[in-house]
Design a protein around this ligand. Structure first.
Ligand code: UDP
Length: 521
C-alpha cells in the first residue's frame, strides 16, 4: 500500500526539526483496547492499518493473557507492532482464574471485568512514564477504548493527545451513549420513546434495552461504570469509528452532534484479503486462516473441513448462525431455533455456545439440542454444528454462504455486509439492538427475528424468517440487493486508485496528519 505523502512528510519534519528527541517516541502511538475479542480484534486491525500507512511505532497494551493471544496471531517476523502487558490477576477481582477476556465469562461476570479493568490505570501510568524516561518525550498520542475511558486521565497527566476508538458503528454507539447518559425510557410510561440527539421520528422500544439498562437509574454499579467511561471519552481530542462515512450518514451526524468531537471513520477494519475482492464476484473457495490471524482462537473444527462442507452446497444457499464471542441464548430458545432451522430445510452452519446458566467454558452437551439432532442434520448434510468458535471470516467470505443469523455485534455486521450478505437479527446485549434497528430501518439489509434472552421465539417463526431471507424472492431479494449496494460502498471506502482514495483511507490519513501536526504545534 502507498504510504500517504502528507503523513510521511510531517513525520520527516518532526525528525528533522527536533533532533534532541528520540524520533521513535515522537511517532509512537500507544493503543489500549477493552478486554474483549470484539474490541481487541478491531484494535489490532487498526494498528495494522496504521503500520501499513506510516513509519510510526505502535504499541498495543493489554493484560498478560490477551497479549499472549495477540502475540500468537502476530509473530514478530510479520509486524513492527509491539505488545506490552500490564500486571493483572483476575482472581484478585472475584473473577475465575485466568479470566482476562469477556469470552471466558458469563454475562453476570462481565461487569466485574469492566470494573477490574479500571485497576490497570496506575500500571498504565507507570508504563507511559517509563516510555517518556526512555525516549525523552511522551507518545504522539494514546488511543483507548470507550470502556477504558480512564486512559484519558493518564494522557492528560503527560499532556499527550488522547483519542477514543469506537469499535462499534456510529448509530449504535450514539444510541448507546445517549440512552446510558439520559435514561429517556425512565421519563415515560410508554414502551416507545425518543432518544436525545435522534430525530423525533426515530422511536426506540423498551425491549431494545438490555434488562440491566432498563433497571438502571444512575446509582447502580452498571450506570456508574458505564456513564463514567462515556463521560471520560467525551473529553478526548476526537474519536475514530469503525464505520464507513457512506453507509451510516445519519448515525455519524448524530454521533458528531452528541459528542461535539471530530469523528474519523476508519472502517471497515477487515483483513485486506477480504477487502480486495469485488462484492459481486461469487467464489467457492476462501482464503484460509484469516480468522485465526485476526482472533488468535482455534476454531472448533479444521477450517478446511468447514470450507469443504460449504463448497458441497450451491452458491448462497447456506445460513451461518453465531452469537459472537461472548453472548449466548437460553436453552428453550436454543431448542426452538434448532427445530426451526431443521424445518426450514435450508443448509446451515451454527456455532453453539453453552446456553445461559451453563459454564460458558464447559464442554458441549448433546442435551442442549433435540435428541439425535447433530447426527441427523449432519448425515443429511443439512447442518453443521460447531462448538464454541468458528472460522467466521472464512465462512462469511465463502460463495456458498447466503445470509447470517447474528446477534448483530458490529464486527460481525461489517464482516457480513462487506460480503453483501443480508442479516437475520437476534440482538442480545450492548448496542446490538440499535445496530439491528439501523440495519433494518435505514439500510434495509436486516430483518429482526427476535430480541433478547426473555423472548419466546417459536420454531415456526424461525422457519418462516429463514425461508423468507434465504429464498431471495420478494423481501429476501430486496435485502440481498441492498446488502450488495452496501458492500460496494464499503469496498470503495478502502480503495486507492492513482490519486483517488476512498473515504476511510482519506479519513485515516487525515487523522494521522492531524495528530502529527498537533505534536508539531
Ligand atoms: N468470531 C469468530 N468466531 C466465532 C465468533 C466470533 O471469528 O465463533 C469473531 C467475529 O468474526 C468477530 C468477533 O469475533 O470479528 C466478534 O465481534 P462482534 O462485534 O461481532 O461481537 P461480540 O463478540 O463483540 O459480541
Amino acid at each position: 500500500m502507498i504510504k500517504p505523502e502528507k503523513v510521511i512528510c510531517n513525520c520527516r519534519r518532526i525528525r528533522n526539526s527536533e533532533e534532541t528527541m528520540n524520533s521513535t517516541a515522537k511517532t509512537h502511538i500507544v493503543m489500549l483496547p477493552f478486554l474483549a475479542q470484539g474490541h481487541i480484534i478491531p484494535f489490532l486491525a487498526l494498528a495494522k492499518q496504521i503500520e501499513q500507512r506510516t513509519h510510526f511505532t505502535i504499541t498495543i497494551v493489554s493484560t498478560p493473557l490477551n497479549i499472549h493471544h495477540l502475540k500468537s496471531t502476530t509473530p514478530p517476523s510479520t509486524t513492527t507492532i509491539n505488545f506490552t502487558d500490564l500486571p493483572f490477576c483476575s482472581s484478585d477481582h472475584g473473577l475465575p482464574p485466568n479470566s482476562e477476556n469477556t469470552d471466558s465469562l458469563s454475562q453476570s461476570q462481565i461487569i466485574n471485568l469492566v470494573d477490574a479493568s479500571q485497576t490497570l490505570q496506575p500500571s498504565f501510568h507507570n508504563l507511559i512514564s517509563n516510555m517518556i524516561q526512555q525516549h525523552g518525550c511522551p507518545p504522539l498520542c494514546i488511543i483507548s477504548d470507550v470502556f477504558m475511558g480512564w486512559a484519558i486521565n493518564v494522557a492528560k497527566s503527560f499532556e499527550t493527545p488522547h483519542f477514543t476508538f469506537i469499535t462499534g458503528g456510529a448509530f449504535g454507539t450514539a444510541a448507546y451513549f445517549s440512552i446510558w447518559l439520559n435514561f429517556p425510557h425512565r421519563k415515560t410510561t410508554s414502551d416507545e420513546f425518543s432518544v436525545p440527539g435522534f430525530p423525533e421520528t426515530c422511536r426506540f422500544h423498551r425491549s431494545q434495552l438490555h434488562p440491566l439498562l432498563r433497571a438502571a437509574d444512575g446509582t447502580d454499579i452498571w450506570s456508574r461504570l458505564i456513564q463514567r467511561q462515556i463521560l471520560l471519552s467525551l473529553c478526548s481530542n476526537g474519536m475514530l469509528c469503525n464505520t464507513v462515512e457512506e453507509i451510516e450518514p445519519m448515525g455519524l451526524d448524530i454521533l458528531r452532534k452528541i459528542t461535539g468531537l471530530p469523528v474519523w471513520t476508519v472502517g471497515p477494519l477487515l483483513p485486506p484479503s477480504l477487502l480486495n475482492r469485488s462484492a459481486s464476484s461469487s467464489f467457492l473457495s476462501s482464503p484460509l486462516n484469516v480468522s485465526f490471524s485476526r482472533s488468535g482462537k482455534e476454531p472448533g473444527i479444521a477450517t478446511e473441513n468447514c470450507i469443504n462442507w460449504l463448497n458441497y452446497h450451491p452458491p448462497e444457499s447456506v445460513l451461518y448462525i453465531s452469537f459472537g464471542s461472548q453472548n449466548t441464548i437460553s436453552s428453550t430458545q436454543m431448542m426452538e431455533l434448532a427445530m426451526g432451522l431443521e424445518a426450514s430445510g435450508k443448509p446451515f452452519i451454527w456455532v453453539v455456545r453453552p446456553p445461559i446458566g451453563f459454564d460458558i467454558k464447559g464442554e458441549f452437551r448433546a442435551e442442549w439440542l433435540p435428541e439425535g439432532y447433530e447426527e441427523r442434520v449432519s448425515k443429511r448434510k443439512q447442518g453443521m454444528v460447531l462448538h464454541r468458535w468458528a472460522p467466521q471470516l472464512e465462512i462469511l467470505s465463502n460463495g456458498s454462504t447466503g445470509a447470517f443469523l447474528s446477534h448483530c455485534g458490529w464486527n460481525s455486521m461489517l464482516e457480513s455486509l462487506n460480503q453483501g450478505l443480508p442479516i437475520i437479527g437476534w440482538p442480545i446485549a450492548a448496542e446490538q439492538a440499535y445496530n439491528s434497528k439501523m440495519m433494518e430501518e435505514e439500510m434495509g439489509v436486516c430483518v429482526e427475528l427476535t430480541r433478547g434472552l426473555e423472548s419466546w421465539v417459536r420454531r415456526e417463526e424461525v422457519e418462516r424468517v429463514v425461508r423468507m431471507v434465504m429464498n431471495k424472492e420478494g423481501k429476501g431479494l430486496e435485502m440481498k440487493r441492498k446488502a450488495m449496494e452496501i458492500a460496494e460502498k464499503i469496498r470503495d471506502s478502502v480503495r486507492e486508485d492513482g490519486d483517488w482514495k476512498g473515504s476511510s483511507l482519506k479519513s485515516l490519513d487525515d487523522f494521522l496528519d492531524t495528530v502529527v501536526l498537533s505534536r508539531e504545534r
